[in-house]
Design a protein around this ligand. Structure first.
Ligand SMILES: Cc1cc2nc3c(=O)[nH]c(=O)nc-3n(C[C@H](O)[C@H](O)[C@H](O)COP(=O)(O)O)c2cc1C
Length: 334
């Protein structure tokens, strides 16, 4: 527990570890409840829309950290309709009012860039990333290299060696860091997931190798998905923990966890030093004022799975209700 938490405890005020401040590199965060990246498929024609400014601003608090939905780096990177891109001037311009809306409320906003690999528009024909393509298997591009269940290359990017399989991801990180500065690059990894059949036979070793290498690369944060989430939103039981990855990433470095967290275990993760920040997906999607609800122990809106990916610019997107205004005299930012 940090000094400010002890101070708050001494003052008789309840301390909520998730709502204590945290300095992430140059970014001073006012709390540790992060908006996880959430694909919402409402960027018509791959161009971000004005309703996204409303959606992200709703989930912004002063000093809050938000990670934008997965955003394609090229036309060939896209794999799902109406997911945003960031490769044309039009898309870049369309992002600006969204970013401005988040900044206007004091939020820290990172973009998640992705390439859907074999799940993409172009499929195997245009993506010579694997030596053999099995039509029943997909995986996102970096996972296709990282995981031995899908990487069957025989060259320096495969061949069964962990170092070889991690090479491409680390090269991408190094290229992005070269472009924007490593102090503005974070990496999300999910060694334990087997989504789209991208599974690894030794995810603990893969996670450790990546964490060590990313720590050495000096990126701002490592964001790891809990081993219990073998699928993006299906929670199971596991004996694995992210603790060894956190330790391997290095002391004093920002470690974010995600996957199946509620308020209580998020608090415990921060209080125990298991994580610095906790990313919330479905709960934040359905509760635009999630940090405030955590502070007040307020009931949470239920998320509606049916509208996760529907294209409506309002329903299931910006119409989840805030706590009513009667509760605003508590001094908590709205
Ligand atoms: C609607 C929806 C969209 C998602 N889109 C992304 C995405 O774009 N990028 C990503 O890395 N994870 C994505 N995820 C996974 C979430 O970031 C998160 O890891 C997952 O929902 C588990 O966390 P939770 O239990 O707090 O919801 C998505 C999940 C949901 C439910």
């Amino acid at each position: 527990m940090g000094d400010d938490q002890h101070a708050a405890a001494g003052s008789g005020k309840e301390t909520i570890p998730l709502l204590t401040p945290y300095k992430m590199g140059r970014f001073q965060l006012s709390h540790r409840v992060v908006l996880a990246p959430l694909t919402r498929q409402r960027s018509f024609g791959c161009v971000p829309q004005p309703h996204a400014a409303v959606y992200y601003a709703q989930r912004t608090t002063p000093g809050g950290f938000l990670i934008a939905e997965a955003t394609g780096v090229s036309h060939a990177a896209q794999g799902y309709p109406h997911t945003p891109g960031l490769w044309t001037r039009e898309q870049m311009e369309a992002w600006k009012p969204i970013v401005d809306a988040v900044h206007a409320k004091g939020g820290v906003f990172f973009c998640q860039i992705w390439h859907t690999g074999r799940a993409s528009n172009y499929g195997a024909k245009q993506l010579p990333v694997l030596t053999a393509w099995r039509s029943t298997r997909r995986g996102y591009l970096l996972d296709q290299f990282l995981k031995d269940g899908v990487n069957d290359r025989a060259d320096a990017y495969g061949g069964g060696s962990l170092g070889n399989r991690c090479r491409f991801a680390l090269e991408v990180v190094s290229a992005v860091a070269g472009a924007v500065g490593r102090d503005r690059v974070g990496v999300r990894v999910s060694p334990y997931t087997d989504y789209m059949d991208a599974a690894d036979s030794d995810p603990a070793a893969l996670g450790l190798h990546l964490a060590r290498a990313l720590g050495e690369a000096g990126v701002l944060y490592l964001h790891a998905v809990e081993p219990r989430m073998r699928r993006p939103t299906e929670r199971g039981e596991t004996r694995h923990s992210l603790r060894p990855m956190r330790d391997a990433f290095g002391p004093g470095r920002t470690f974010i966890v995600a996957g199946g967290y509620a308020r209580e275990d998020g608090d415990a993760a921060v209080a125990d030093g298991y994580a610095d920040l906790v990313a919330y997906g479905r709960l934040f999607l359905a509760n635009p004022d999630l940090p405030r609800r955590f502070q007040l122990h307020a009931p949470l809106n239920q998320y509606n799975r049916e509208t996760f990916y529907t294209p409506d610019p309002v329903i299931g997107y910006t119409d989840y209700p805030f706590l009513s205004d009667e509760k605003t005299d508590d001094g908590v930012s709205k």
